[in-house]
Design a protein. Structure first.
Length: 123
C-alpha cells in the first residue's frame, strides 16, 4: 500500500492511500503501530481509517494537524507501516461440493448423510 496524497481538514490530516479494502486485523495493526509512534512524539491523538464513496482508496486519518516538521515524520513512519500491506487483499473463492452419482449396484442404498460423513472423515 502507498500513500498517494495528504489533505488537511478542519482538525484532521487525511492520508489518501491506494488500498481498496483493509481487513480488520490490518486496521488494528496500523492503529497500534502508529499509536505507539505518535505517543513517542508526545501526541496523544490516534489514527482511524475511513472510506469515502467516489474515491479510489481508503483514507487514514490522523486526528489532529501537527506542526509541518512533525507531519513529515508522521507521513514517513505511516508509509513505512503500510508499505508491506497489499493494496488489494487476496480474493477468496467459494468451493462447491456435489455428491457423485450413485451406481445401481450394492452401493445404491447409501444415504446422503453417510456420504457426507465419509467425505468428512477422509479429510
Amino acid at each position: 500500500m502507498k500513500i498517494l496524497e495528504r489533505h488537511k481538514s478542519w482538525i484532521h490530516t487525511h492520508f489518501l492511500t491506494d488500498c481498496t479494502r483493509l481487513p480488520a486485523h490490518r486496521v488494528r495493526e496500523v492503529g497500534f503501530r502508529m499509536g505507539a509512534f505518535l505517543r513517542s512524539l508526545g501526541i496523544v491523538f490516534g489514527v482511524h481509517v475511513e472510506e469515502h464513496k467516489g474515491e479510489p482508496g481508503l483514507r487514514i486519518v490522523l486526528e489532529r494537524i501537527p506542526f509541518p516538521d512533525t507531519l513529515e515524520l508522521i507521513q514517513v513512519e505511516l508509509q513505512h507501516v503500510v508499505e508491506p500491506i497489499p493494496a488489494r487483499p487476496p480474493t477468496v473463492g467459494a468451493i462447491r461440493f456435489t455428491a457423485a452419482k450413485r451406481s445401481q449396484g450394492e452401493d445404491a442404498n447409501v444415504e446422503d448423510d453417510d456420504l457426507m460423513e465419509s467425505i468428512t472423515r477422509s479429510r
